[in-house]
Design a protein around this ligand. Structure first.
Ligand SMILES: Cc1ncc(COP(=O)(O)O)c(C=O)c1O
Length: 405
């Protein structure tokens, strides 16, 4: 009798999250007592603002929150998300067009589950966030990479999208500000891409989780708006899903609260799926999210300013290393230097040929952790998160300056 594989082919094909892997390795070395400075984490280092924590504490004492609630989310939160969508994405939606999810990650997963049939193609601007390929694959979709390197500021053009389009193209993944590059599309670029998608009947899954974290060129300037694709092209609303959440803006990664917004049929489908998958998100987290979205936003601005300060430091210091090209990120909290100029050269007895090997060398020899470009697409890049304290942030880059000096 031929033995059956223990795992399904579908699950066996899933790659471990490379970003979590690097972070785990850095944490293991730290636990051994090594002074590792890690730029690997994808989360703010701040505490969740106090008024949000207070709302959650009150929620734990309220028996209304002890039971199952509607799978798609508490009505008050869905209202608050609809108001936020109008405020920040310029799209008027009803509360019925919102599904509250366990983080933006579940919203990404559900968006592809709802839209894709076997073999449908998804255009993915590359470098891309590590979860997209797996979510697309699990939905039976086929990912088509559209690569934009440092020389074009990591922004794809209409010409590139058009060259990648086929009869099977169903969805464009759009993310601005981007993880891993921090790139933000200008309003006119968003409009052009939205019009192109509309013209060809292509759905857009727009990941807006970093939309509140953008930075001006001048320290005291007004930060640019990351204009939503449905604000730039309102007619696209009937073929667009917006993905968002409180994790990055409110330093709430551990609370697991995100959402998706879309046309009624899509949202009904996603809510049905979620009703069999995970049901409602923890009511405590939902109450906390209501406070986050409807409360004072001063803490958000304070965190944004801190990220901006660190962004300036890391860009300036990395740029001093010969062989490293650093496009200036305008959003999120990542910098994505092109490090191909460091490859194939000898550093401390080793000659890294890829960014994966370079990242290993940095960890071994300088005790600095960063995620190699291979996690997000082609080799030759590193992702460094600047969501860490000013002191370690500077020290880690100084270690790299010495290693590559
Ligand atoms: C681009 C992007 N989208 C979505 C998410 C999902 O975040 P969460 O599931 O924590 O809400 C992340 C988190 O790293 C992200 O970087």
């Amino acid at each position: 009798m031929t033995e059956k594989p223990r795992l399904s082919a579908r699950i066996a094909a899933i790659a471990e999250s490379a970003t979590l892997k690097v972070d785990a390795k850095a944490k293991a070395l730290q636990a051994e007592g090594r002074p590792v400075i890690s730029y690997a984490a994808g989360e703010p280092d701040f505490a969740t603002p106090e008024y949000i924590v207070e709302a959650a504490l009150a929620a734990t004492r309220d028996p209304r929150n002890y039971r199952y609630t509607p799978a798609a989310g508490l009505p008050e939160l869905r209202e608050a998300v609809a108001a936020k969508t109008l405020r920040d994405s310029g799209l008027e939606v009803g509360a019925g067009q919102v599904v509250v999810t366990n983080g933006g990650k579940q919203a990404v997963y559900q968006a592809f589950q709802v839209l894709l049939d076997e073999g449908d193609e998804v255009l993915v601007p590359t470098p891309y966030w590590t979860t997209y390929p797996e979510a697309i694959k699990l939905a039976g979709g086929r990912q088509v990479d559209v690569f934009a390197g440092a020389d074009q500021g990591y922004l794809v053009t209409i010409e590139q999208l058009e060259a990648a389009r086929t009869d099977r193209t169903k969805v464009l993944l759009f993310v601005s500000p981007s993880n891993p590059t921090g790139a933000v599309y200008a309003p006119e670029q968003v409009k052009a891409i939205g019009e192109w998608a509309l013209e060809h009947g292509i759905w857009v899954v727009s990941d807006e989780i970093y939309q509140n974290l953008t930075y001006a060129d001048d320290e005291d300037g007004v930060p640019p708006r990351a204009v939503s694709i449905v604000e730039a092209v309102p007619e696209l609303a009937n073929q667009a899903i917006l993905v968002n959440g409180v994790a990055k803006t409110y330093a709430m990664t551990g609370w697991r609260l995100g959402w998706m917004v879309g046309p009624n049929d899509v949202i009904r489908g996603a809510a049905n799926l979620q009703s069999h998958l995970s049901s409602n998100v923890s009511n405590i987290s939902q109450r906390a999210a209501i406070a986050a979205l409807t409360g004072p936003q001063d803490a958000v601005e304070e965190m944004r300013r801190a990220f901006d300060r660190r962004r300036r430091t890391i860009v300036a210091e990395l740029s001093k290393i010969e062989g490293v090209t650093v496009p200036v990120p305008q959003g999120a909290f990542y910098v994505y230097p092109d490090v191909s100029g460091l490859l194939g050269r000898e550093w401390g007895g080793a000659t890294p040929a890829t960014s994966l090997e370079l990242a290993d060398l940095m960890l071994e020899q300088a005790e600095v952790a960063a995620v190699p470009g291979e996690a997000f697409g082609p080799s030759g890049y590193l992702r460094l998160s600047y969501a860490l304290g000013d002191g370690p942030l500077l020290e880690g880059i100084q270690r790299l300056q010495r290693l590559f000096g």
